[in-house]
Design a protein around this ligand. Sequence first.
Ligand SMILES: *[C@@H]1O[C@H](CO)[C@@H](O)[C@H](O)[C@H]1NC(C)=O
Ligand SMILES: *[C@@H]1O[C@H](CO)[C@@H](O)[C@H](O)[C@H]1NC(C)=O
Ligand SMILES: *[C@@H]1O[C@H](CO)[C@@H](O)[C@H](O)[C@H]1NC(C)=O
Ligand SMILES: *[C@@H]1O[C@H](CO)[C@@H](O)[C@H](O)[C@H]1NC(C)=O
Ligand SMILES: *[C@@H]1O[C@H](CO)[C@@H](O)[C@H](O)[C@H]1NC(C)=O
Ligand SMILES: *[C@@H]1O[C@H](CO)[C@@H](O)[C@H](O)[C@H]1NC(C)=O
Ligand SMILES: *[C@@H]1O[C@H](CO)[C@@H](O)[C@H](O)[C@H]1NC(C)=O
Ligand SMILES: *[C@@H]1O[C@H](CO)[C@@H](O)[C@H](O)[C@H]1NC(C)=O
Ligand SMILES: *[C@@H]1O[C@H](CO)[C@@H](O)[C@H](O)[C@H]1NC(C)=O
Ligand SMILES: *[C@@H]1O[C@H](CO)[C@@H](O)[C@H](O)[C@H]1NC(C)=O
Ligand SMILES: *[C@@H]1O[C@H](CO)[C@@H](O)[C@H](O)[C@H]1NC(C)=O
Length: 867
Amino acid sequence: MSLFRLTVFLFLFLDTVLGKQKAAVVNGKTSLISFMSCIISDPQNALESWNTPGVHVCDWSGVRCNNASDMIIELDLSGRSLGGTISPALANISSLQILDLSGNFLVGHIPKELGYLVHLGELSLSGNFLEGHIPSEFGLLHNLYYLDLRNNHLEGEIPPSLFCNGTSLSYVDLSNNSLAGQIPLNNECIYKELRYLLLWSNKLIGQVPLALSNSTKLKWLDLGLNTLSGELPSKIVHNWPRLQFLYLSHNNFASHDGNTNLQPFFASLVNLSCLQELEVAGNYLGGKLPHNVGDLPSSLKELHLEKNLISGSIPPFIANLFNLTFLKLSDNLLNGSIPPSLSHMNRLERLYLSNNSLSGEIPSTVGAIQHLGLLDLSGNKLSGPIPDSFANLSQLRRLLLYDNQISGTIPPSLGKCVNLEILDLSHNKLSGLIPAEVAALNSLKLYLNLSNNNLHGYLPLELGKMDMVLAIDVSRNNLSGSIPPQLGSCTALEYLNLSGNSFEGHLPYSLGQLVYIRALDVSSNQLSGEIPESLKLSSALKELNFSFNKFSGNVSNNGAFSNLAIDSFLGNSGLCGPFKGMQRCHKKRSYRLVFLLIPVLLFGTPLICMFLRYSMVTMSKVTRRFSIVSSGNFGHVEEGTEELKYPRISYSQLREATGGFSSSSLLGSGRFGQVYKGVLQDNTRVAVKVLDTKAGEISSSFRRECQILKKIRHRNLIRIVTICCRPEFNALVFPLMPNGSLERHLYPSQRLNVVELVRICSDVAEGMSYLHHYSPLKVVHCDLKPSNILLDEDMTALVTDFGISRLLHSDENTSTSNSASFSSTHGLLCGSVGYIAPGMYVLRELRSTLFYTMVFIYFGLWNTFFN
Ligand SMILES: *[C@@H]1O[C@H](CO)[C@@H](O)[C@H](O)[C@H]1NC(C)=O
Ligand SMILES: *[C@@H]1O[C@H](CO)[C@@H](O)[C@H](O)[C@H]1NC(C)=O
Ligand SMILES: *[C@@H]1O[C@H](CO)[C@@H](O)[C@H](O)[C@H]1NC(C)=O
Ligand SMILES: *[C@@H]1O[C@H](CO)[C@@H](O)[C@H](O)[C@H]1NC(C)=O
Ligand SMILES: *[C@@H]1O[C@H](CO)[C@@H](O)[C@H](O)[C@H]1NC(C)=O
Ligand SMILES: *[C@@H]1O[C@H](CO)[C@@H](O)[C@H](O)[C@H]1NC(C)=O
Ligand SMILES: *[C@@H]1O[C@H](CO)[C@@H](O)[C@H](O)[C@H]1NC(C)=O
Ligand SMILES: *[C@@H]1O[C@H](CO)[C@@H](O)[C@H](O)[C@H]1NC(C)=O
Ligand SMILES: *[C@@H]1O[C@H](CO)[C@@H](O)[C@H](O)[C@H]1NC(C)=O
Ligand SMILES: *[C@@H]1O[C@H](CO)[C@@H](O)[C@H](O)[C@H]1NC(C)=O
Ligand SMILES: *[C@@H]1O[C@H](CO)[C@@H](O)[C@H](O)[C@H]1NC(C)=O
């Protein structure tokens, strides 16, 4: 009997419990289906399982149930790109503890019914397009500790009940909405659990509520970007011993004593031993930077005080903040000099002191802040030189010193800041040359701005190494000489301003071949000749200014020039063309073509025939296979098996010969190093190729070059005078070729005649065929281009620079210890980047076309006969 009763009781009990659970789940399911019916777009099929028959609610994606009782406790559909509105039916899932719908495209209002989810602990609706008010019913959510409504379009006031009733609230983020009114914290309520209060980017007004002083657990307070006003909250902050981040920037706060005294605010922070970041920028704060700024907690890593009205000098005591990594005092009224003690903050990574009235010299101690990555001292009244000690700032990425009165020369030691991305020294009083070391800073990724100074001398050829830089501005200086075609190697360049200098000569054709160049300003110089065709063909060029030069010739208004007007060409009396306001051209083009063609037809054809015959003779000689006589007078070929005797030339002799490797004796620079001209004591004129010794690649290339050059002697291959090999210094000495490289002769000003070109191409072919077939080491040059073809006094061509050559077969008799580096065949496709560009350029000219055609015919025949 009692057993029966017990059983019945048990059944009744179970039925009740299970029935309730069933109801809860069914209820939850209905509510979820109502929720789904309000979702109008689900591009990721996030709710697919919700539509699949037989899948239990607790297994629907985003749904989580309590294991024991099958009640829905969590709905997490964050970041699923759901579009639609939030159904009030969710309020019926009364067991819900976590609701996360953040990062979707939900619109409409937040349903007030969500306030009935009494078990809700976490609510996140951030990153949607929700509008309207925050429902005051949220005040009923007594268990809510995490509320995130940031990045929506919510407006109206924050309901006071939210904080007052929600005594568990610990994390509140209402940032980036349009909430208005005051921060609704009043003295009747206690906000003891509040740890994170993030209200930035709203339209809040009023003061920081005094009631917050009882929130002693506060860690983060971000009230930035509002319209809050009143004195800085010094009476409150000292009650937050755990405070880590205090952001009050971009409001209307004032300092104490009628916006004249910052001392009390800094004093109130001194005991906050966890404070890491303090931001009070953009508040029109007045007063001096007080001495006690140095008393701020040493835990401080970032201090932002920019865009205020802070005056006086920077107290040297600020250097006590030795853990600071970020100090921004820009846009204030600071005067006096920069305290040398700043260097004590040796963790500093970014230092902004721009747009103040700082004067005096830049202390050289700044060079001791070894982690400094950004230094912005622009827009002050700083004078004196750029300290040499900046060379020690090996981490420096951005150096902004523009708009000062800095004088002296640009220290070459800046070239040691090998991580520099931006160098802006514009609008100063710098004089002297642009150091080659600085021009060679190929780390520059963004821009080089040296404009508006008193710099003079040539534009260093090393600028061509800046292959990542987006903009170069050297305008308004006293620079002279020609514009180096090497600028065409600055492959990423978008903006180039050379205006307001005394540059002369032609505009290099290579500039138009810069793929990304958008703006080119060469106005107000002494440039002459025609405007290169390449510029017109450039697809990226939008802005061009050629005004006030001595350009001549015909300009057409098509291609990149089609959007230009006369203002781009003003003050060039020699220019003619179809632009409104420009003089028309006389038609003489067709005559010129005839004049060009007649000599080609008259002399060219016989020359080609002569040339081909000449080649045949060569070949027939060569057909006497391997009988290539060491003393044969054709080609002066000598077998170089015996070690050649080199005159010994010491490093100091080379140094003397080149004037200490001065930039004035620099002939050019390539991938592996610089070439200097020099005169030895016995008056021999030499070219010294100094190799960069940094990379391992260089030293192997050096060995390679030595090996090859030692063994090869041919009339049309450059001969080595000597080598100089020290651990830190590797150089090759060649005879100086008085006529420079072929590249120089291809510019329109230095045209070669057809006879010369035919000779040159025959010479080159001779040299190359020797390299390919008869040299003691079989060598593919891989980098044959006009700049690697040198011309001696009687215009005989000599091929140079085997630096990247690869060996086809290693000969048995060359099994030296170095042969490993030769047999590497990873460079089957080889050549230098510069190859294509000059090639295309050369092909443009009729005579150059002839040149290449002949080389190809020659090689073509050669290969047909011998392979
Ligand atoms: C539910 O059970 C799973 C494993 O069966 C476990 O990982 C999970 O933590 C449990 N959840 C709750 C809320 O107990
Ligand atoms: C929520 O539940 C109540 C009763 O439990 C019901 O009347 C109401 O229709 C439900 N709402 C939705 C949207 O399902
Ligand atoms: C605050 O909570 C009490 C119950 O604790 C409730 O009666 C009152 O309506 C709530 N106030 C608001 C504004 O939600
Ligand atoms: C602010 O919210 C908008 C959407 O309302 C968003 O696009 C923007 O990225 C947010 N801003 C920040 C800084 O998070
Ligand atoms: C802080 O809380 C105490 C009670 O614990 C209360 O007397 C005092 O008024 C509160 N202070 C503020 C500023 O709200
Ligand atoms: C900081 O702490 C010291 C020592 O505990 C105390 O004398 C001083 O009043 C405190 N300052 C503030 C602003 O709380
Ligand atoms: C300074 O920073 C270092 C590294 O972040 C930290 O270990 C140290 O505790 C900090 N010093 C103080 C006084 O907070
Ligand atoms: C420099 O600071 C002054 C005063 O704070 C401000 O008016 C001006 O706009 C600032 N200039 C720049 C370039 O930021
Ligand atoms: C800095 O400016 C204040 C006025 O704000 C002036 O009294 C003081 O002489 C100035 N100091 C220097 C070094 O220019
Ligand atoms: C660079 O630092 C080294 C040691 O850290 C120091 O000896 C040298 O004087 C510094 N150079 C300059 C120019 O300050
Ligand atoms: C210097 O030139 C760069 C690139 O054109 C430009 O972005 C920068 O604003 C210039 N600096 C000044 C101070 O004008």
